[in-house]
Write a protein that binds this ligand. Structure first.
Ligand code: ADP
Length: 388
């Protein structure tokens, strides 16, 4: 029986070995499963973090562009895509490939050399004249080496437009002020140089000086009104306004002026009650009727009329039968200092600001202005105002 012992020992050892292997395998499998779960968790967390990051970047108003070390696009946000009108995937492309903007590529190289570039302005080569402001800096890793570049873009177009409008306005104002001032200066100098000794000439020159100082005064008054309307310093004193009675008053005020040109004035307004500021609506009507007399034909007629529209809004018009306004100027006449015929406007003592003031006042009431005209047959100016 002695030979059985080694067999029993061998079987036991094999059994033990198999049991150990099974146990070890189970442990190894469990550990592998644990590692896999933890890796999956890590991956998920990193995906979640990336998604969160993208949501955060997408909620930015500024365009964001992240480049990796080799100047390839790593990430952009929604605002960036909107700014450049891009829809395709940009990751992995260079800015030249993605945007065809060599100026931006040069800027990126400058940022790498200088660490950061602030308030850099780029004009996009599209037709709409768009301007962007770029702030850019390099990204470094823990060892202080360059790891990439971050660029933040802001749309400057509106700001640039406002800047240009302001510059044009200042240039226009200076020009408008300079014309009467240089006339006054010239005639005063001529008077001082001896023209005052001739009473007839002196009287004529003094009249010119008087007319131009009145023009300066009007211009400054209009400029102050425009500035107050634009800065919303003027608060409307809203109350029921009887429009027919208001038109009567305006036509009476301008009666003498109309008579000088033998222009007949008609008030065809029905009894309408507007919710408005009586002094401001007076200004609107007076400006429109004054223009109709000024630019209408001698021996012609000017009519004020209106109705309550189906939508409940009141629509008032001032119509003349003068030479009218060319189609291309119909919208532009409401711009500051725009005149169809510059010389004619100045002759009539116009400042070029009347219709712009009209537009501001009407818009402050929540209304709209427009002009219709057929050349040679007259012009009709419409404005709307809320009913009571
Ligand atoms: P202005 O002080 O020159 O009258 P406005 O802003 O009141 O300035 O008008 C702008 C321009 O619109 C005028 O210069 C004139 O050329 C034109 N215009 C205004 N009203 C009429 C009209 N009823 N008929 C023809 N042209 C007009």
């Amino acid at each position: 029986m002695w030979f059985l012992w080694p067999i029993i020992l061998l079987v036991s050892l094999t059994g033990l070995h198999l049991w150990w292997r099974a146990k070890f395998n189970a442990q190894a499998e469990r550990r592998a499963a644990e590692i896999e779960t933890s890796q999956r968790k890590q991956q998920q967390t990193s995906l979640d973090a990336k998604a969160q990051q993208q949501v955060l970047f997408n909620s930015m108003l500024e365009g964001l562009l992240l480049l990796d070390r080799s100047r390839k696009i790593y990430l952009v946000n929604r605002a960036f895509k909107n700014l450049f009108g891009l829809k395709t995937e940009l990751r992995g492309k260079t800015v030249v490939e993605a945007l065809r903007l060599h100026e931006l590529d040069e800027l990126i190289r400058r940022v790498e050399a200088e660490q950061q570039v602030l308030d850099y302005e780029i004009k996009l080569p599209d037709l709409n004249e768009r301007w962007l402001q770029v702030n850019a800096a390099i990204i470094t890793n823990a060892a202080g080496e360059r790891d990439g570049t971050i660029l933040v873009f802001r749309d400057l177009t509106r700001l640039k437009q406002l800047e240009r409008t302001r510059e044009e306005f200042v240039a226009n104002v200076s020009h408008e002020l300079r014309t009467p001032l240089s006339l006054i200066k010239g005639y005063v100098e001529t008077l001082l140089d001896g023209a005052r000794d001739n009473p007839e000439v002196a009287e004529r020159f003094l009249k010119i000086i008087e007319r131009n100082s009145q023009r300066l005064d009007l211009l400054i008054q209009d400029l102050l009104t425009i500035s107050a309307l634009e800065s919303e310093k003027i608060k409307l004193n809203l109350q029921p306004v009887a429009l027919r009675a208001l038109a009567d008053k305006v036509l009476t005020d301008l009666h003498a002026k109309a008579e000088n040109k033998n222009v007949e004035l008609f008030n065809e307004l029905p009894e309408l009650s507007a919710n408005g500021d009586v002094n401001r609506l007076d200004q609107v009507l007076a400006n429109l009727v004054d223009n109709a007399i000024k630019y209408g034909k001698p021996n012609g007629s000017v009519r004020v009329g209106g109705k309550k529209r189906a939508d409940g809004v009141l629509e008032i018009f001032v119509r003349d039968d003068g030479p009218g306004i060319p189609v291309e100027s119909l919208d532009r006449v409401f711009e500051r200092f725009y005149r169809v015929d510059k010389a004619r406007s100045r002759d009539q003592g116009g400042t070029g600001l009347g219709l712009s003031i009209v537009k501001h006042i009407v818009q402050a009431h929540g209304g709209e202005v427009r002009c219709e005209s057929e050349l040679g047959k007259g012009a009709t100016f419409f404005f709307t105002v809320p009913a009571v």
